[in-house]
Design a protein around this ligand. Sequence first.
Ligand SMILES: [Zn+2]
Length: 339
Amino acid sequence: MKPLFQTHLVNGHFGDPVVYVDFLFDRRALLFDLGTIRNLPPRKIMRLTDIFVSHTHMDHFNDFDWLVRLCLGRPVTLRLYGPEGFIDRVEHRLRGYTWNLAAGYVESLTLVVTELHEGERGRAARFECRHNFTREAEGTVELPGNVLLQAPGFRVRATLLDHGIPCLAFALEEQRHISVRKNRLAELGLSTGPWLKGLKQAVLQDAPDDTPILLDDGRTLPLGRLRDAIIDVTPGSKTAYVVDCAYTPENRTRIIELARDADELYIEAAFTAADASHAANKQHLTGMQAGQLGRAAGVKRLHPIHCSPRYQDQGGDPVGEALRAFAGEVGMGRLRFEK
Ligand SMILES: [Zn+2]
């Protein structure tokens, strides 16, 4: 059964960690982290609606300018999310350019920037091209459950990890999977079309059975009857994204909670277990730790990412190490906390 979205690792295991999430039935896409995105075609970048930035170390944020460059002069709103201090970072990047002609654009790019703090709250501000990207409408926001984005059919929530600085990890959770029994459609004399989108939304919103659903031919039928006849509801898919964090007990607990039972876990395997002390100094995970975390969280598929380029030159296999630990072939038994 197809989920609502497909994920794609943009720069391979050793490049900047960027995961592109494409929605199959909507003209939208999400991005986890904003390091190098030159491997993405501009048409894909221009589908982006929401960008989740773990933290603003350069390899996670350096193509912010390229994103703005491509979307400038387009009537779009981009929502960006990051940790405490993120609004300042976005403002500083924008202030690095001159915008005296920006008000002349007929169409205007708007950036809505939200930062998550401890305590399920944060701050938000907006920057509009037609206002020369000055910082506006800033205020505090409540973010219950650390949910950053709640959209029809899915949500994205975050957890705060310790990387010496706050670093966000994210989970994209499809609420439930709605599929249409195509053979039953035909038997009932109905055809596929845009009306099915309205039906699916009504099911996701738990609308009452007598809610009228408008068909493309102008007829209406009650939601309950259509749902029982042609709709299957199954649990939604889940993808988690975890980078740049020390292997501490608190981080471990938060990662396992966030990624619990995920279909896919993208997780950093920055160093090998042989370099565990170096990983600890840099506040990164080893492949072994990444694999053990994925196994402890019960995820179905592990994607080791953000591996140090040192292993391309000198040998060492953090990806294989992570996958072996995930499969339980190495590092079985209790989880170790290397210092
Ligand atoms: Zn970092």
